[in-house]
Design a binder for this molecule. Structure first.
Ligand code: G3P
Length: 214
């Protein structure tokens, strides 16, 4: 089971706060078989890598090479900072299918694991053909909300599993052990969580709760 914790650009997940969450993950990792991965902002990757053993995926990479690309995120740079994988095409950082394919290819060449995020079954199908490590289905209208995708739209997870040749993750509104259990029952191999951990008073308890039913 994979638990991906996306810090987005929340204040509680920025800079020193990101390091604290990474340290919490490192501690919990010793008590679980689940693989917990942190997705911090690019500016925090190196610090987390220097101070913890928590696996780090970038939130985004751009399908560009070394050169004149002001403001873009270079795949080589996140790798050198310590990331071992990356999200691609998160709902909050969309790419075209062509760019997704290119970003996935660039990442694979660098030996970075890839999770292509999608927001419907059709895109899941197309994304899975690009052979990423995972496809993550996240209905945008449920992201950051109180109702888990596993309750609000279980069919989108089942259909994604059916239509994908790549293992499926799911996310949006996931915050309890029940949500994670249901995701696995529906055929997902793990979940992506942001607000259910980062926006809580006690991220350690929130992560333990997520892992409590598996
Ligand atoms: O990448 C995970 C994310 O989009 C889900 O957000 O806040 O609904 O857990 P949230």
């Amino acid at each position: 089971m994979k638990l991906i914790i996306n810090l987005k650009t929340y204040k509680a997940g920025t800079n020193q706060n990101a390091i604290e969450i990474a340290k919490t993950i490192e501690k919990i990792q010793q008590e679980t078989d689940a693989e917990i991965i942190i997705c911090p902002q690019p500016t925090d990757i190196q610090k987390i890598n220097e101070q913890t053993n928590t696996p780090i995926y970038a939130q985004h990479i751009d399908p560009i090479n070394y050169g004149s690309n002001t403001g873009h995120i270079l795949p080589e740079a996140v790798k050198q900072a310590g990331a071992t994988g990356t999200l691609i095409n998160h709902s909050e950082k969309n790419l075209t299918l062509k760019q997704i394919a290119k970003a996935n290819k660039r990442a694979k060449k660098l030996d970075l694991k890839t999770i292509i995020c999608t927001n419907n079954v059709q895109t899941t199908k197309a994304a899975s053909k690009l052979n990423p490590d995972y496809v993550a289905i996240e209905p945008p209208e449920l992201i950051g909300g109180d109702i888990s995708v596993t309750k609000a739209d279980p069919e989108i997870i089942e259909k994604s599993v059916e239509n994908s040749t790549t293992p499926i993750l799911c996310g949006a509104g996931v915050s309890t052990g029940e949500d994670v259990k249901k995701a696995i029952e529906l055929g997902a191999e793990g979940v992506l969580v942001a607000s259910g951990v980062v926006k809580t008073k006690n991220p350690e308890k929130a992560i333990q709760k997520l892992l409590s039913k598996i």
